[in-house]
Write a protein that binds this ligand. Structure first.
Ligand SMILES: [Zn+2]
Length: 276
């Protein structure tokens, strides 16, 4: 079991390594730039080379890039979708260039066109990346508003249709908010397996939930302080398959101290069940 955090990119790639060292991460996730902006800045080659070298030295794996929030891959406007594909091509090229292992994508919002059309729009976008070198991971969502991908039937359908280098990132808070009661993890696992082979799941976003099971409201909480609680995380970690995956926290933080505490809690559970 590897444990890491989503780290800030605001001060550049090399600064991320300092955070990683402070937290003693085995793996981590970043955005390439401000996730609420279409603007991208160019990185110089020395920065990239140094970063790749240092990641290898620290044996960080996986190193994950998360797509920016502004992209809605289920958008119904053809022109917007075209712009978005061009933007994603650059994102994915850059992620490959800086040595990332996974690129996490949210399945998007149908915004009133209905799930069926939304999913077909998302598939049209994702098809462009079916043969990408980097593995694309679709993240399950809380099902808030018109968001797609809160049920594994939908995610399984997308995986089947693309039939390429795609997998799943399992977010514990989103699953719980979508109605999967993590406390009874055996049951959750069975309902996922009905629609997708577990081997598609490559990464855990380890977040506790501020909101109740089935709330469809996406609010992350510190590990053990939310409605999933320590027991819920114990049930995930002691599972043979899930407990062998990398865990990356995306819990709220004002300082890295909070990440440190959350990582410590996950580590303790991992040690308790012989996963570390
Ligand atoms: Zn997540």
């Amino acid at each position: 079991m590897k444990i890491g955090a989503h780290l800030w990119i605001g001060e550049g790639l090399l600064k991320v390594l300092n955070y990683c060292d402070y937290l003693k991460c085995d793996c981590f996730q970043i955005f390439l730039s401000n996730p609420r902006s279409w603007k991208r800045k160019k990185r110089d080659i020395e920065e990239i080379e140094k970063f790749i070298q240092e990641i290898k030295k620290r044996k960080i794996e996986p190193f994950v890039v998360h797509m920016p929030y502004i992209l809605n891959i289920a958008v119904n406007d053809k022109n917007l979708r075209k712009n978005l594909i061009n933007f994603l091509i650059k994102e994915i090229e850059e992620s490959e260039k800086i040595g990332a292992n996974f690129y996490v994508i949210h399945p998007g919002f149908h915004k009133g066109t209905g799930e069926k059309i939304g999913i077909e729009n998302a598939i049209e976008v994702l098809k462009n990346f079916k043969n990408s070198k980097i593995k694309i991971l679709l993240e399950n969502t809380a099902g808030q508003g018109t968001s797609l991908g809160s049920d594994f039937k939908q995610l399984g359908y997308i995986l089947d249709k693309i039939n390429g280098n795609l997998g799943i990132c399992f977010d514990t808070a989103h699953a719980f908010q979508a109605g999967f009661n993590i406390i009874n993890f055996e049951k959750v696992k069975k309902s996922i397996e009905k629609f997708i082979d577990l081997s598609y799941i490559k990464l855990i976003h380890a977040n506790d939930s501020k909101t109740f099971c089935g709330s469809k409201i996406d609010r992350h909480e510190h590990i053990g302080k939310g409605k999933i609680g320590i027991k819920g995380f114990e049930n995930i970690i002691k599972d043979d398959y899930f407990g062998s995956l990398p865990f990356i926290i995306e819990t709220p933080k004002l300082s890295l101290k909070e990440d440190k505490e959350n990582i410590k809690i996950l580590k303790k559970i991992g040690e308790k069940y012989g996963k570390i």
